[in-house]
Design a protein around this ligand. Structure first.
Ligand code: HSE
Length: 297
């Protein structure tokens, strides 16, 4: 049996739309065994599709197909700690797990880069799958069918407050809210901040993140889809967060704080239930995952 553990991820990190992402200390665990039929079990109360349509199975199948190896079925179990459709990379975790699980069952014929390319082709963009596989803070570009990445470990002194609401937001809906065209000014606004965010992570200059995570390409279009989103930004900023941004396509909102800032979490936990617009949010205190997906055979 092969066991694959994959971290949650937070994509975009503000300005780095479809390019920047980081891995967090919340994990899904998957097991794989070859079988004569498809058998998929959720080990918690999360509903997962049971047949050939299951994303973990489809991703595993992509490895068999790429290698021309026939596949009758798989026994797959999923433990799903990453909340689904909340902007924390639950789909990417399924894709990465399927690819790594199948590759391990077949004796690891594919390189990490080949799997990253397959994962990106399935997901459509690399900013969740790359940190899910590699861990840390990852800058990635998908160019002519190949993925280019640079990974940097994140300082363990940083904590990430994930404000997760009780509703789902499909990435397809959040992407449909974006304009087809953007102005040159907005493009420059983002590219300069995405470059600054990358430099800040590479240099450990986290004081720059407040400015570097500002965005003009997606957040203002998506905030109306997130009930209480604006108020959540305001609360996190008032409580002294170094940076606040929508995690991936949302609806989770991430605040970056120092890991010793217990007061931030105490005050947030007190304020959420007392604020009508924010009652449906739960805050999780997460750290960076600098390891990425792991495989045990
Ligand atoms: N970069 C993607 C988006 C992440 O914002 O739509 C979600 O998959």
């Amino acid at each position: 049996m092969v066991t694959v553990t994959v971290p949650a991820t937070s994509a975009n990190v503000g300005a780095g739309f479809d390019s920047l992402g980081l891995a967090l200390s919340m994990h899904n665990v998957f097991t794989f065994e070859e079988s004569d039929r498809i058998h998929i079990t959720s080990l918690d109360d999360t509903h997962v599709p049971g047949g050939a349509n299951n994303l973990v199975y489809r991703s595993a199948r992509a490895v068999y197909d790429q290698l021309g190896v026939p596949l009758k079925g798989l026994n797959i179990t999923q433990r799903n700690d990453i909340p689904m459709a909340r902007g924390l990379g639950s789909s990417s975790a399924c894709i990465v797990a399927g690819l790594l699980g199948a590759n391990a069952l077949l004796g690891k014929p594919l390189t990490q880069r080949q799997m990253l390319t397959l994962a990106t082709a399935i997901e459509g963009h690399p900013d969740n799958v790359a940190p899910a596989m590699l861990g840390g803070f990852v800058t990635s570009v998908y160019d002519e069918g190949l993925v280019y990445t640079v990974k940097k470990n994140i300082d363990p002194d940083l904590a990430f407050a994930a404000f997760v609401p009780d509703f789902r937001l499909l990435t397809s809906k959040a992407r449909a809210a974006l304009p087809q065209m953007v102005s040159h000014k907005d493009a420059v606004y983002n590219l300069s901040r995405a470059a600054l965010a990358t430099a800040a992570f590479c240099d450990g200059d986290y004081g720059l993140l407040g400015v570097a995570t500002k965005d003009a390409l997606h957040q203002r279009y998506r905030l109306p889809l997130i009930d209480g989103g604006e108020e959540m930004f305001e609360l996190a900023q008032d409580l002294g967060a170094q940076a606040v941004y929508i995690s991936g396509a949302g609806p989770t909102i991430i605040a970056v704080v120092h890991k010793d800032d217990q007061e931030f979490f105490e005050q947030a936990r007190e304020a959420l239930p007392q604020t009508e617009k924010l009652r449906h949010f739960t805050v999780y205190r997460l750290l960076a995952d600098n390891i990425g997906a792991t495989v045990e055979a």
